[in-house]
Design a protein around this ligand. Sequence first.
Ligand code: KG4
Ligand code: ZN
Length: 356
Amino acid sequence: MSGPLVLAIETSCDETGIALVEGGRRILSNVVASQVALHAPTGGIVPEVAARAHLRWIVPVLDEAWDAAGVAWDDIDAVAVTYGPGLAGSLLVGINFAKALAYVHRKPLVGVNHLEGHVYAAWLLDPGEAEREEPAFPLVALVVSGGHTFLVEMRDHLTYRLLGQTVDDAAGEAFDKVGRLLGLGYPGGPAIMAAAAGATGPVVAFPRAWLGDGYDFSFSGLKTAARRTIAAARAEEGLRPDDPDGRLSDATTAALAHGFQESVVDVLATKTIRAAEATGARSIVMGGGVAANRVLRDRIAGQAAERGLPLVIPRPGLCTDNGAMIGAAGGRRFDAGARMGFELDARPSLPLATPG
Ligand code: KG4
Ligand code: ZN
């Protein structure tokens, strides 16, 4: 393997991730310190708590990633860091750390868009993993995370045409909110997936927002429907509306989780496949935390296979936030000549692509 060796840093949200990635593809090491346990008691992320946790963990995470990769500073071609979108305080911890490393070791600094990282996770190879073909262009990429849900067309590396995006909530946000309504804790996505797997009874139907034939998404109506359905189920089981200690029976929780998940998966899979066909895509890639969902993965894989469309979905640990995906995008950006000055600042609302 050749190509630049990048030290990559990700602190945009609630995972402190540092990785060493070669050629935008081969992971040498990838360490993630998750703050899930820290944010569970509040049922969501408190920005200042997240920023302080990055500050606490960033050096130990670097030490572990560095030791696992067995590299020397002479080998490093660039330091890449997420500079947006994300929580300002969290981003600043990673950016400042990256600047210090780049300055002291005289390395180029490459700023990476977190969303581009989710896309480029599809190019990653684990240590020891056999080589495989890269996703072929033109392709369609679906990014589904806690903060974003969109479809883009890529006709080549690092270029994006926005096909559609959510007009309200992100898919992951809907999972998290409905998880909370079901008393399943934070984050809701993995908890809903686990609960839904236990569903055996009749399917509870939830609405789907198709928004016509385009590629935009909407999940706020689904969330409202879920709130209403969950309230009705609680009344039926004799539970008070907001009693945190009174949880629905496992069977009802499973049925509701299943119905909700089906609605999200159906819309995401259908629109992604439709977009791939309409644009003449030669492959599909997927990324972001919600792409860790097994039902979504299987649904899209089945529909893509039926049409002979190659599909790449990174393993679940590379779908959720991590440093390796920043190393993948950072390596490509470095090759394309991207260099940031030390004035690099956090861009909490940085977009990947604008409509066009
Ligand atoms: O990409 P990510 O780690 O962080 C952001 O950039 O937002 O995505 C986090 C989101 C959360 O909303 C979480 O509930 C969701 O991804 N998620 C899942 C699953 N694992 C994580 N959603 C559905 N099913 C999962 N298995
Ligand atoms: Zn993310």
